[in-house]
Structure formats: structure tokens, C-alpha cells
Design a protein around this ligand. Structure first.
Ligand SMILES: [Zn+2]
Length: 239
């Protein structure tokens, strides 16, 4: 059950939009990635929770996630409650990830920043041995992920570091477009939303290109880190 990376998002599609290229890259290097969607995105203006679930399954196939779970929390009303924290603690202990990717620390959709704090607190609580949880009647072991990285979403949050996703940009866009009801589709009869515009779709590419311009690669995804990051060596740095 153990995975290298748990990528968590408030809504199905957050993970693909925020860090799809980085996850595709990590998977190509042999890492295992499981995705946790906190809500079903049931308040989304376009589509339904059913179309969203189907789209999430298609996106998972494109990116090669080993598993994807939905915690069915209440879309639009995420809160940093004990109930929600404990739901995430159980998932963290089940998958025992070294690294957790989480929503942006500040964003247009109020669920995103709330999710980032909720996930961060759950990661801490998951490491406390006196918090007891069970899964299938078995006691779970305490587990605290080593790193939490927050991907960037609607707002231009200044990243602490970027990942070169040049070879994985097309895969990321393909995974995002698997959410057919959510993004730009000139034939759709559904109401327009900020993320269904042509501009938003294009912004995925031009933002990655701009972060790439600043860091000397073709395309990059940016992250903030809770902890101060240390390099073991300089081998992975783009020169
Ligand atoms: Zn979202």
C-alpha cells in the first residue's frame, strides 16, 4: 500500500492543473503516486459529480497514478475540523507517503487555502502515536510525511522552487483536458466559467513557459514548501 507521493486536492482536477507535469515526471522516474480528492467537486457550475468522477479516472490513466480515492467532503464548505483531519490522517497512514503535494496556500477558490491548512495539520497529527486509528479493524501506525509541497493554482503565488516539466507538458495538458466538462470546449452548451475560458487553458502553458523562462528550461511548475529545503548535492540543478 505504501506510495512515494500522495497528491491531495480539494477538487478532482486540482492536482492535474497544479502539479500534473511534476507527477508525470516522478512516475516516469519510477515513483508511485496516489491521488486523494477531498470533495467530488459537486458545486462546479459545469458537469456533475458523476461526470467529474469519470473524468478523474481518465486523467489518472493518462498520468499513471497507482490509486485515486475520494473522501467525499463537502465541496465549498471545507473546514479544518477534527472530522476532516481524521479522514486525511487515515489516508496518510494507509499510504505512508514521504512527500505530500497539497493545494495552494492562497487562492481565488476559498476551498484551496482551507485545504492546504487542513492537509498540513493532518500530516502533523498523523505522526502522533497517541492518536489511534484503525483500518479494516487493524490499528494503523503513526506516519508523518517528510515534506509538504503546495502547488500553485489560480493566483500567481511566488514559488520557492520550480520543477522542469518540459518533457511532460503535453501529458499534463492531455490529463487536464480529460476533464471535458470543466475546461475550454467551443461545442459545450454549458455556462461559461473562469476556468472554461480559452484564456485559462492557454494560461496553463504560458505560466509554465514563464516559470521556465525565469529558470532556464522550456516549461516549469512552481511550488511553495513548508520547510526550508536543503539540497543533498547539486546534480539535479538546471545550469
Ligand atoms: Zn479546486
Amino acid at each position: 500500500m505504501k506510495v512515494d507521493i500522495l497528491a491531495i486536492g480539494a477538487h478532482p482536477d486540482d492536482v492535474e492543473l497544479g502539479c500534473g507535469g511534476t507527477l508525470a515526471k516522478l512516475i516516469s522516474e519510477g515513483k508511485t503516486v496516489t491521488v486523494v480528492d477531498l470533495t467530488q467537486g459537486e458545486l462546479g457550475t459545469r458537469g456533475t459529480n458523476l461526470t467529474r468522477a469519470e473524468e478523474a479516472a481518465n486523467a489518472s490513466k493518462i498520468l499513471g497514478f497507482s490509486d485515486r480515492v475520494n473522501l467525499k467532503m463537502k465541496d465549498g464548505f471545507l473546514q479544518n475540523s477534527e472530522e476532516y483531519q481524521m479522514q486525511i490522517v487515515r489516508v496518510i497512514r494507509k499510504y505512508q507517503p514521504e512527500i505530500v503535494f497539497a493545494n495552494s496556500i492562497d487562492d481565488r477558490h476559498p476551498d484551496h487555502a482551507k485545504a492546504s491548512k487542513l492537509i498540513s495539520d493532518a500530516c502533523f497529527l498523523s505522526g502522533l502515536v497517541k492518536i489511534e486509528t484503525t483500518l479494516d479493524n487493524e490499528n494503523q501506525k503513526a506516519w508523518r510525511p517528510k515534506q509538504i509541497f503546495n502547488y500553485i493554482q489560480w493566483k500567481n503565488v511566488t514559488p520557492h522552487f520550480v520543477v522542469d516539466v518540459s518533457d511532460f507538458m503535453s501529458k499534463k495538458i492531455e490529463a487536464c483536458l480529460a476533464y471535458k466538462t470543466q475546461f475550454y470546449d467551443p461545442t459545450s452548451k454549458e455556462p461559461m466559467t473562469p476556468i472554461s475560458s480559452k484564456d485559462f487553458l492557454e494560461s496553463l502553458t504560458y505560466r509554465a513557459q514563464d516559470l521556465g523562462r525565469l529558470s532556464g528550461v522550456d516549461f516549469a511548475e512552481g511550488f511553495t514548501s513548508e520547510k526550508l529545503l536543503a539540497f543533498k548535492n547539486f546534480d539535479g540543478i538546471v545550469l
